[in-house]
Structures are given as structure tokens and as C-alpha cells.
Design a protein. Structure first.
Length: 308
């Protein structure tokens, strides 16, 4: 039976105009979630005021206390009496009035511990940005168990807290979101759930508009942080496999896509691939780098101020 009590949790800080679109997209959801909690870490652009105007629950925290896993776990603990917790980011805009309902419907399957929706490239996305979403969020739904890691490797634990839902029982059973991670708290929980016998569902019918037009430097920094996370959570690579195979599949898909749609971008894509690879490898060896260097190479510099 479909879970009866649904809560939505959104961390925010200076969300800007896109945040107002997120709020507008939350209002017409059918059915409405029983509770919406926004955890704001020091916005100065009116993001927090817009939450109050919308009639949602606002929790304020200090900017330097925000933690990708710890902050989400704090919110989850406050709402532990809800059956399903849906997480959004401040730049993920629900695509239609059924987005939440479509996502949480999969929890009618008793073994599903977590589910994530399809992320569509924003309207202004270029071909490289659009392909990344097309590759990672296809049009076909699927449900994965730990047995699928033999074929999918680390992709079996793929998910995204930009638009994901968790069965509260399962989330708490695996220890919740881990604190003090630079990023990837969603993948850690998904991997733990798989190992504990739960399933991970991808629901293509539940959709949000969400993508990023990263520069080459930003791509490098983002993949440096992914490498840091994989170094910190080495058990994921040990138990699920290294990401190089999936990375190769992505590159081949991107080349084929660009040849069809934007061949002039192939040199740029090559440079980006090299930047990602170098960033990732440096991140995997970040423990041997000086703190000042890690701060310069990282997209999440504030992490190193707390966990250097």
C-alpha cells in the first residue's frame, strides 16, 4: 500500500530566481505532501523569506554548520514519523503536478528502500550538458538489487538527492546519511541499502528540470571532490567496483551524441574528459596533498575548513 505520510526536505542557501520556480512547482503537487521542511543555511537573498511566504516549515542553521549528509540526517530525524522522505535541491524544479506522486508510488513495492527520479536538462542547456542528463537519466525505469552489481558495478548504487525519496524505515536501518562527507551521501546510503537487502528504484515518470552548465575548471573541481569521496568511502569501490568502466561508456556515448548533434564541440568534450580524469585521480590521492592545495582544487572549499 502506498505510504500515507510524505514529507519533503530541501536544503537551501541563496537559491535565487530558480528557487522561486521550485516553490511554485511544489504548490500544485497532487496530492500535496503532508509537510515541507526547508533547511536554510544563512541566505541573504530572500530565499528564506520566500519559504515563509509559501507557508512551509523553515529551519535556519548557520552557514558553517551545513554538511551534505549531516544536515539532511538532522532533517530526517526531525521527520522520522513520516513514512517516506523526499529530498530536493534548491535548483531542481518539479516538471509536473504528478512528479512527487509518481516518485513515491514505487514504495508500494515492499523491498524498495530508496527511489530517484529523472532529471531533465534545463531549457538553456547546451549539447554537452544535455547529454549528461540523457545518459544518466534514461526514459526507462528500473529497480536494482545487490545482485545487479555483478553487471552494473558502481552504477547499481547510483542515485541523486536532487530528487530522491527514502523509505524512512530503511534509511534509519542503515544508519541514515553519513556526516562529514564532501559529497555523495546519497550514493553511500543507496549502497548500504543494497547490501542490507533493499532495492534502489529509478522512476523515469517522476521528473524534474535540473542540470548544470559547468566550465572545464568546475568539472575538474567536481571530479576532484568525487575522488575525495571515493578515497574516504573506499569500501564502495571495493564492494561495487571502480567507476572507470562506467566512465568509458559515458565517453563513448558522448562522442556518438556530439557527432550527431554538435560535432564542433568534440574538442571541448575531450578537454573536459581529461579534466574530469585528472581531477578524480588527484582527489583519490588527496590525503597526501597539503590542505591549501585541496582547498584550491575543490568545488566545496568550505568542507576543508571543517575537515581539513
Amino acid at each position: 500500500m502506498l505510504a500515507k505520510k510524505i514529507a519533503v526536505i530541501v536544503p537551501t542557501v541563496n537559491g535565487g530566481p530558480v528557487w522561486l520556480r521550485c516553490l511554485e512547482a511544489l504548490r500544485p503537487q497532487l496530492p500535496q505532501p503532508e509537510h515541507v521542511m526547508v533547511v536554510d543555511s544563512g541566505s541573504t537573498d530572500g530565499t528564506d523569506v520566500a519559504v515563509l511566504d509559501a507557508g512551509f516549515d523553515l529551519v535556519r542553521i548557520k552557514k558553517d554548520t551545513f554538511d551534505h549528509g549531516g544536515t539532511r540526517q538532522m532533517a530526517a530525524a526531525r521527520l522520522k514519523d513520516f513514512d517516506v522522505l523526499v529530498f530536493l535541491t534548491q535548483d531542481a524544479v518539479l516538471a509536473d503536478a504528478n512528479a512527487l506522486a509518481n516518485l513515491v508510488a514505487v514504495f508500494s513495492e515492499s523491498k524498495v528502500g530508496t527511489a530517484y527520479g529523472r532529471q531533465l536538462p534545463r531549457q538553456e542547456a547546451g549539447p554537452i550538458e544535455a547529454h549528461a542528463r540523457i545518459f544518466n537519466y534514461p526514459s526507462q525505469s528500473n529497480v536494482r538489487t545487490v545482485a545487479d552489481k555483478a553487471q552494473l558495478g558502481i552504477k547499481a548504487a547510483f542515485t541523486s538527492n536532487s530528487f530522491a525519496a527514502y523509505r524512512t524505515e530503511a534509511l534509519m536501518a542503515v544508519g541514515g546519511f553519513p556526516p562529514s562527507l564532501i559529497l555523495g551521501e546519497d550514493m553511500v546510503v543507496a549502497a548500504r541499502m543494497l547490501q542490507a537487502g533493499w532495492a534502489v528504484a529509478y522512476v523515469a515518470e517522476a521528473q524534474v528540470w535540473h542540470s548544470h552548465g559547468y566550465s572545464v575548471v568546475q568539472e575538474f573541481k567536481r571530479y576532484f571532490d568525487i575522488g575525495v569521496m571515493h578515497q574516504d568511502q573506499a569500501w564502495i569501490l571495493r564492494d561495487f567496483g571502480k567507476p572507470e568502466g562506467e566512465g568509458g561508456r559515458f565517453v563513448r556515448s558522448e562522442i556518438a551524441y556530439l557527432i550527431r548533434h554538435a560535432p564542433w564541440l568534440l574538442p571541448s568534450a575531450f578537454i573536459r574528459t581529461l579534466a574530469k580524469y585528472l581531477g578524480y585521480k588527484l582527489g583519490q590521492h588527496s590525503s597526501s596533498l597539503p590542505l591549501s592545495t585541496k582547498r584550491k582544487l575543490s568545488m566545496h572549499r568550505g568542507f576543508w575548513d571543517k575537515h581539513g
